[in-house]
Design a protein around this ligand. Structure first.
Ligand code: NDP
Ligand code: HSE
Length: 435
């Protein structure tokens, strides 16, 4: 059978890994697919990198030229970013080329446009590597869980942040040093702000939310809070209280609407997600028929991510000559069933909370704080005085029961207005991961 011809855009971490997987596992892949996969053309900023990694492929300087070539069946986009990359992808689709991409930013921000054009041109778009690196979570959401109504997804989906949090907790390493290490290992985005400020996790949970609930991708609706402002004291106190802090992407269907958020989160240490360390990712899905399922694996890095890219190429290759009715819909649901849904503003979400308050160490302080929480209907689960910072200031940690976010925010504002309290109060959301 004729080989499937790939046009490869980008030979960085993931592109280089993809070339290596296609070469090293060529025989095994052909055994599965029944035909060969060949990189026929490649484009990268550095011609010498292309000559070294893909010596048999034509080097094409201009990506717009590559995507219209006769000898390219599938364009594998591993440039990243949305500027010129978006135009190149749209041109490829308009030229009838099938697409494999690891680009979560592109899909979370422009996915609706990409999928609409792909439908018009009858081309497939696969994006397994865009979420949680090597973990086949897109396939699980689109196919494995197709019999279910999905209730919620919670995931550690940024390897860089998880690597940083793990090194800070286990070795007491400094934030900046660990970030540099993550960059050297190829985990971080070209701009690592995307990792540490929650954007990358936001892109991924936005894509999963669309797949889970059958709605258009809408990254602008995702609440983002990263790990850059986390204080190592909170990591330590959380641990003393039996919790770990993880950057979680969360989406949940509630009676009032859909929650879509990324933020540092306290998780009880007995939960599996709390024990996912280093660059590993894990995604927990709760669905009505199957209950809880958990997907774990390497969330970043050359070969794990390339594993997902090549699996997508294989999926496309299997369907190249099949009628389009055999394809899994881009966003898991039939296109006319992908409908906008109400997204819940953060003030309306329900969570429990960790608060760290620095306040005057004198009689009555705790009483005032407890009263202001009660006034907003916030119930205290635990309250611990961690110690005295200087002679007159005490550090108090409070864990609350579940409440609506606007209540805790009102309570915090009222507590911060007290003369005896230093500002700002630290607030971190908590998840029991029972639903
Ligand atoms: P890299 O920066 O390592 O690789 C991108 C490559 O593409 C570089 O060689 C770059 O050249 C080249 N390139 C980018 N734009 C152009 C252009 N317009 N013309 C020519 N060459 C270009 O990125 P990654 O491999 O890490 O990431 C690629 C994609 O995969 C991104 O979308 C990323 O989010 C995603 N991803 C990455 C993972 C990882 O572990 N790294 C995991 C999962 C997804 P140069 O550097 O010289 O500019
Ligand atoms: N920068 C991303 C991460 C790469 O650290 O998870 C994988 O998407």
């Amino acid at each position: 059978m004729k080989s499937v011809n790939i046009g490869l855009l980008g030979l960085g971490t993931v592109g280089g890994g993809t070339a290596a997987v296609l070469q090293d596992n060529a025989a095994e892949i052909s055994r599965r697919l029944g035909r060969d996969i060949r990189i026929s053309a490649v484009c990268d900023a550095k011609a010498e990198r292309a000559a070294q990694l893909c010596p048999d492929a034509a080097f094409v300087q201009d990506p717009f030229e590559l995507v219209v070539r006769e000898d390219v069946d599938v364009v594998v986009e591993l440039f990243g970013g949305t500027g010129i990359t978006k135009d190149v992808i749209l041109k490829a689709i308009s030229s009838g080329k099938h697409i494999v991409t690891a680009n979560k930013k592109l899909l979370a921000e422009y996915g609706n446009e990409v999928f609409a054009l792909a439908a018009e041109n009858n081309v497939m778009v696969q994006f397994e590597a865009a979420v949680a690196g090597g973990i086949p979570i897109i396939k699980a959401l689109r196919e494995g869980l197709a019999a279910n109504r999905i209730r919620s997804i919670a995931g550690i989906i940024n390897g860089t942040s998880n690597f940083i949090l793990t090194e800070m907790r286990e070795k007491g390493s400094a934030f900046a040093d660990v970030l540099k290490e993550a960059q050297a290992l190829g985990y971080a985005e070209a701009d690592p702000t995307f990792d540490i400020e929650g954007h990358d996790a936001g892109h991924k949970i936005t894509i999963m939310s669309a797949l889970a609930f059958g709605m258009p991708v809408d990254f602008s609706a995702c609440y983002l809070e990263g790990i850059s402002k986390l204080d190592s004291r909170d990591i330590k106190y959380a641990e003393e209280l039996g919790y770990r802090i993880k950057l979680l992407g969360i989406t949940r269907k509630t009676d009032k609407g859909i929650e879509l958020r990324v933020h540092p989160t306290l998780i009880p240490e007995c939960r599996l997600l709390a024990n996912v360390n280093g660059v590993m990712n894990a995604v927990r899905v709760n669905a009505d028929m199957v209950g809880e399922t958990l997907y774990y694996g390497a969330g970043a890095g050359a070969l794990p991510t390339a594993s997902a890219v090549v699996a997508d190429i294989i999926d496309i290759a299997r369907l190249l000559d099949a009628p389009s009715g055999y394809r899994v819909p881009y966003l898991a649901f039939q296109p006319d069933q992908v409908q906008p849904q109400t997204l819940l503003p953060m003030d309306e979400i329900t969570s429990s909370y960790y608060l760290r308050v620095c306040a005057a160490d004198k009689p009555g302080t705790l009483g005032q704080i407890a009263n202001l929480l009660a006034k907003e209907n916030v119930s205290i689960e635990a309250l611990i005085q961690k110690g005295v910072i200087d002679q007159s200031t005490a550090e108090i940690v409070i864990l609350t029961h579940s409440t609506v976010e606007k209540n805790i925010k009102n309570a915090i504002a009222a507590i911060e207005a007290l003369d005896c309290v230093d500002t700002p109060i630290t607030m971190i959301r908590m998840e029991s991961l029972h639903d």
